[in-house]
Design a protein around this ligand. Structure first.
Ligand code: ZN
Length: 270
């Protein structure tokens, strides 16, 4: 019975491809908020069971670092603009590794590598990246992409919980930008826009810092170390210009960068 309902939903959703609600979330999503939450939790379980690949910085012995990052999260949530703010757990994890990346899963689990944080110059840049990642989760880009790109039988088996391993694989492919399920350019643009909005309304920091951080990443491309963040976040001049345009709209008065506070935090990262 649920399969029939699902087929109807997908057919209906296909008609609405270009529509989205006021909060920016697409209507083209057959998954429930609980599905998003379950995928995020499954991904986290997978991360925790694989410390060789994902070295989570211990929160009990690194209270200061986590306080710094959770303060940022709390300010962004206080903007009143984050969708599903009370439903998703919005947990942030620091991964200790030279990898230059940050990503989120459905349901609001954010992961930031120390490798990328060491390339940032101020707190506003870190806040911009976290805001961008939170926006992907709040706008439910992962499950929207899955709805668009997966066949009916795969979708049905995932939603009916018949294939938890496939669900985990897809959630992680999405989060890490692997396979065919990468976020679209439109998703990236939306995450930039909502990230700028969260930052403008929830903090006293300058959202233009997100553009300056993309500038740092672009300047580093072509170097010896691969930058996974750039493969999922194409950063050309047009993107930076668009972020500045959004910042001019939402935060015309500018804002702070908190450079020295950030450098003190960064110096303590191993
Ligand atoms: Zn993104």
């Amino acid at each position: 019975m649920r399969k029939h309902f699902l087929a109807m939903m997908i057919a209906f959703a296909a008609i609405l491809t270009s529509c989205s609600s006021n909060d920016g979330e697409s209507w083209l999503n057959v998954f429930s908020l609980n599905d998003d939450l379950a995928m995020g939790q499954q991904f986290l379980d997978g991360v925790k069971s694989n410390p060789a690949e994902f070295n989570i910085l211990d929160s009990a012995t690194n209270k200061e670092a986590y306080k710094f990052i959770y303060d940022i999260r709390d300010q962004l949530l206080s903007s009143g603009e984050v969708g599903h703010a009370d439903v998703f757990p919005w947990r942030v994890f620091i991964l200790q590794d030279t990898i230059m990346n940050a990503f989120c899963t459905p349901g609001g689990y954010i992961f930031v590598y120390t490798g990328i944080m060491k390339k940032m110059e101020n707190k506003a840049q870190l806040t911009g990246v976290i805001a961008h990642e939170m926006a992907h989760a709040a706008l439910r880009h992962s499950t929207t992409q899955m709805t668009k790109k997966l066949g009916l039988s795969t979708l049905a088996s995932i939603i009916l919980g018949e294939n938890p391993a496939a669900m985990y694989k897809m959630a992680s492919d999405l989060a890490l930008g692997l396979g065919d399920l990468a976020f679209s350019r439109q998703d990236e643009y939306e995450a930039d826009e909502f990230g700028v909005k969260y930052m403008s309304k929830g903090t006293d920091m300058d959202p233009r810092a997100l553009a300056s951080f993309f500038g740092i990443m672009s300047a580093m491309s072509g170097g010896n170390q691969p930058i996974p963040f750039l493969s999922t976040h194409p950063s050309d001049e047009a993107r930076s210009a668009k972020i500045i345009e959004l910042a001019n709209k939402y935060a015309p008065g500018g804002g702070k960068l908190y450079e020295s506070e950030y450098l003190a935090f960064r110096a303590k990262l191993k």
